[in-house]
Design a protein around this ligand. Structure first.
Ligand code: IDP
Ligand code: MG
Length: 140
């Protein structure tokens, strides 16, 4: 089933200069990038995006990390894209991430973990329009 998911190359990975390598893995993984842009989030924008985590002890630190530099949100499309992108990302904590995953190869810590991916269809339905208007998404 063709599905869309929201991916982000997080500020740590952009700062390290591995955004291109991560995009290559996305394309090699059979995803189509329907939308992408480089943005530098404000604190309010990061807090809104991660509102589901507002009661977690790491919320303030996470929002500060996500605003430390530019990041690259993207809309990915492919068969079973939500689960497949999370598989390619690897576990939240890179110490637990499987060999060959993006987080295993590029993450620095459980917080600075290189990439984001929607975790369910309802999440993608919130996250994709958080960053992209319909006219910025290019089906093909
Ligand atoms: P996910 O990104 O693998 O879906 P979530 O549990 O949704 O993981 O957490 C969102 C983000 O919050 C993580 O990707 C990571 O950047 C950060 N995070 C999660 N757990 C911790 C933690 O225990 N300490 C610090 N940051 C965390
Ligand atoms: Mg999550």
């Amino acid at each position: 089933m063709k599905q869309r998911t929201l991916a982000i190359i997080k500020p740590d990975a952009v700062a390290k200069g591995v955004a291109g390598k991560i995009m290559a893995r996305i394309e090699e993984g059979g995803f189509t990038i329907l939308a992408a842009k480089l943005i530098h989030m404000t604190d309010a924008q990061a807090r809104g995006f991660y509102i589901v985590h507002k009661d977690k002890p790491f919320y303030a630190s996470l929002c500060s990390f996500m605003t430390q530099g530019p990041c690259i949100p993207m809309v990915l499309e492919g068969d079973n894209a939500i689960a497949r992108w999370r598989d390619l990302m690897g576990a939240t904590n890179p110490a637990n991430a499987a060999a060959g995953t993006i987080r295993k190869d590029f993450a620095s810590s459980i917080e600075a973990n290189a990439v984001h991916g929607s975790d369910a269809p309802e999440t993608a339905a919130f996250e994709i329009p958080y960053f992209f208007a319909s006219l910025e998404i290019h089906p093909r």
